[in-house]
Design a protein around this ligand. Structure first.
Ligand code: THU
Length: 234
């Protein structure tokens, strides 16, 4: 029996202490790990199921089965009903292949960001966005994923970040973001808050067009933002 080589992560639950992780199996047979990622601004917390389903959809795959040990999310019923998930209260078999979000860092980020936009799931907005998170382990991509309930979709930045954390990667370097249908690429307030939780001192490169890029420290995109460090300073 071959063992899975891909590492998976653990929940980021510094506020409640309540851990949550799961896998979604797509119709491709790949397993997408998801962990709960809390935020000091509590409504921005990403549930394990949301992370795993969005990772699957952002890969052009269809969620089919939820392996849900320990998941207690209040919105679980939404995800199960929406995607008619088969729910198994067990861990997946160890030989099942796990989705690896890490790729080599490209020399041509612009082309990569453009191509990635084809994977965006924009059933409401027709506004694709792509993000590439550069980590110590390599590049991790994300696109925006919209689901039937507008409030439960995830932006490209948060798909990239939640894929990384769900894969056990937390050493972030910087992020590229591209939104081809907007004149000025601007991360939303929720993404600024979530990025500020994990990488306040890191740089975000906003690709407005192929030749116009602006770079910003995350903490400058959210002046006087609150992070878990703010609590520790008490
Ligand atoms: N969106 C992102 O993916 N990232 C951003 O920083 C801004 C907005 C997405 C969310 C939604 O799918 C669409 O763009 C319109 O808000």
């Amino acid at each position: 029996m071959s063992e899975n080589k891909i590492k998976t992560g653990s929940s980021y639950s510094p506020y409640s202490g309540q851990q949550e992780s799961c896998y979604i199996e797509g119709s491709s047979g790949l397993l997408y790990p998801g962990v709960k990622i809390e935020n000091i601004s509590y409504p921005l917390t990403i549930s394990a199921v949301q992370a795993a389903v969005c990772s699957c959809l952002a890969n052009g795959d269809t969620p089919e089965t939820l392996y849900q040990p320990g998941v207690k999310s209040d919105l679980l019923k939404y995800w199960v009903d929406e995607f008619k998930l088969r729910v198994l209260d067990e861990q997946p078999a160890s030989e099942n292949p796990i989705y690896n979000p890490v790729s080599e860092i490209s020399d041509n980020i612009d082309t990569e960001l453009q191509q990635l936009c084809d994977k965006a799931v924009t059933i409401h907005s027709d506004f694709p966005v792509s993000a590439i998170l550069i980590t110590e382990a390599g590049a991790i991509s994300g696109v925006n994923v919209e689901v039937s309930v507008w409030a439960l979709g995830l932006c490209a930045e948060r798909v990239a970040l939640s894929r990384a954390i769900s894969a056990g990667i937390t050493a972030f370097r910087f992020m590229h973001v591209y939104a081809p249908k907007s004149e000025f690429c601007s991360p939303c307030g929720a993404c600024r808050q979530v990025l500020n939780e994990f990488m306040p001192k890191s740089m975000v490169y906003l690709h407005h067009t192929a030749s116009a890029i602006s770079k910003h420290f995350v903490e400058h995109l959210l002046p006087y933002g609150i992070t878990s460090a703010s609590l520790k300073n008490k």
